[in-house]
Design a binder for this molecule. Structure first.
Ligand code: ZN
Length: 245
């Protein structure tokens, strides 16, 4: 009788095109708070107010005050064993890609190559007027000097993350094509409540869900693990006999 972890290893070995989909839960062990969990940020704050396009446009000072210190903390975070496992699964050919709702950049920093950051990332900000890009640190520097971050042309700088009221970026539609050709998806640390990303698991024949809390997809998954992505990664790593950095 195989353990569920051994069964997932078998699924990975037998799949032709597996992908991993990750959400905030994979980064909590790196010290980044999640949004919808029991201690989730959005139980305290209204995201529409603070992380929306309209607040950015009407009250950029509040927008940057709320988000920027938090984002700079995200950029100082380090990948954890779940990020390293995902990178290793790609390197060894078990998975083709990782699709993430996270903006923290931790998958790339753990070594993942084919990463779809469908909600954008914190590497750069860009000018609303001339589209010139700057590192996020430039916005941080201007903000600390008491200014609303601006381009040299005078246009407002905006973060390259998807805000409420923004359309989904091209990366999302590229991720949809990747998922359409997949036969297995492992969801790690997502409550699968945020659309349109939450529709992706419905497009894959075989599904494994790893999330602390139940998700709307638990019933149709082959295997469900209600545990942290760190615990899951430790078990799967040992079953696969691989070593993480
Ligand atoms: Zn500009």
């Amino acid at each position: 009788m195989l353990s569920d972890y051994e069964a997932v290893a078998k699924l990975l070995e037998n799949s032709g095109h597996a992908v991993v989909l990750t959400g905030a839960g994979i980064s909590t062990e790196s010290g980044i708070p999640d949004y919808r969990g029991p201690q989730g940020l959005w139980r305290k704050y209204d995201p529409i107010k603070y992380v929306s396009r309209s607040t950015f446009e009407t009250d950029p000072k509040t927008f940057w005050e709320f988000n920027l210190p938090m984002w700079m903390q995200y950029k100082a975070a380090k990948p954890n064993k779940a990020h390293f496992l995902v990178a290793e699964l790609e390197r060894l050919g078990f998975i083709k890609a990782v699709i993430t709702q996270n903006i923290d950049g931790l998958h790339k920093r753990a070594g993942s190559k084919n990463v779809y950051e469908v909600h954008g990332n914190l590497e750069t900000v860009s000018c609303l007027r001339c589209h010139k890009e700057y590192p996020l640190e430039e916005a941080w520097k201007q903000f600390n000097d008491g200014n609303i971050p601006q381009c040299s042309c005078g246009g407002l700088l905006r973060p390259n993350v998807v805000l409420f009221e923004d359309p989904m970026p091209d990366t999302f539609f590229q991720a949809v094509r990747e998922v359409e050709s997949s036969d297995l998806m492992i969801v790690m640390g997502s409550s699968l409540e945020v659309y349109p990303v939450a529709q992706l698991p419905a497009m894959v024949p075989k599904l494994v869900v790893v999330n602390l809390l139940p998700t709307p997809y638990d019933d149709r998954a082959e295997y469900v693990f209600h545990e942290s992505t760190g615990e899951f990664s430790e078990k799967l790593t040992s079953v696969l006999g691989i070593k993480l950095p």
